[in-house]
Design a protein around this ligand. Sequence first.
Ligand code: F0G
Length: 457
Amino acid sequence: MELPFAESWKIKMVEPIKKSTREEREKWIKEAHYNLFQLKADYVYIDCLTDSGTGAMSDRQWAAMMMGDESYAGARSFFRLKDTITRITGFEYVIPTHQGRAAENVLFSYLVKAGDYVPGNSHFDTTKGHIESRKAFAVDCTIDEAKDTQLELPFKGNVDPKKLEKVLQEHADKIPFIIVTITNNTAGGQPVSMQNLREVRALADKYNKLVIFDSARFAENAYFIKTREEGYANKTIKEITREMFDLADGMTMSAKKDGLVNMGGFIATHHQDIYDGAKCFCIPFEGYLTYGGMNGRDMEALAVGLDENTEFDNLETRIKQVQYLAARLDEFGIPYQRPVGGHAIFVDAAKILTNVPKEEFPAQTLAIELYLEAGIRGCEIGYILADRDPVTRENRFGGLDLLRLCIARRVYTNNHMDVIAVALKNVFDRRNEIKRGVKIVWEAELMRHFTVQLERL
Ligand code: F0G
């Protein structure tokens, strides 16, 4: 008999988690203005809010932290991190930052000007925020198929080359770079194929533009290339990763995801002029160039994390857990963005809460219901997160309205996945009784989902 699949690690340290009653949760979520970001984490049983900074470090990463060099300038830990990044990505110039959005802030301060257009596949909200706050435009050129959650495509995160070329033609002189997010978080943690990255590179070369990868989940993207794209089955994750980055001019990185650390990020590039331009913004915003917002010990842990997470076994363990949860949802007929992506399940709330009008935010409503059901915290990736149109100030209802259930790396077991699946089934079974959603009573101008205050209708 063939042996079943099991994790490529064993557990050395545990952290207790607590259940609560429905009455307690009713009170807590009301006090949080029905915004799950505003809940105390102690009020959460299984936390699927994000896979960002929530992973468990390995014994090797903890050991490496003891070797941190906290020198203000020229720290040994910086060079260890830089050498690892250069080996994995090929990029020679590295600027550490405290997280991904800080990398965006530093790089975009140099590259993005008012009136610019930055095309790519779906921009993550902070990426969009950093573009729009500079009075520039983020143009989403993701393939249309990504909007049909039930369509099974191996690389649903791809850029549509036709859409991209149209933007390049129309705004040629106002495009500082093309940004490709790997994997495409907003579209469901969906990967981008090597073939597509090559097409983007060819268009960028034709119009003489830079290509930047938003690389938060680059290793998961490489896993999908290895397991789904022809010609890559026998290549290692590190070989695939290198081939991906060879198609870019630079990258921003939130190390809190595929770097397997709780905080950290960086910019990397092979262009000295980009490095020289960005470094002037790193010093005032983040810190001196050899720490840029990170402790020496954190840079050590990140160097080890990047190596660990560009190994197949670690990625296989992670993605198979996400696929396990997806298979449980299939048993119950719960619709989500198919096929399941790398870091999360994106439940199609609009298909479930069909009685809740879009103006009352179905995905946020589903997030609240799931929390009330079992203390599970998910995150709306939908109409609230989409913010208002910067010009018309109208809500943007054009995209998908999803409830994202992120799976933290190396944190929960498949028993937790079973609890999530059954809790969601219980909400799903009473979906037709849920007729009203929420209304906004206070919101910020940009990235409103973090602080929005809601009332239940
Ligand atoms: N890019 C992508 C694709 C992301 O998913 C994130 C963060 C960022 C950039 C910003 O990085 O958080 O380190 O500043 N995503 C988290 C999430 C917050 O929950 O998906 P950061």
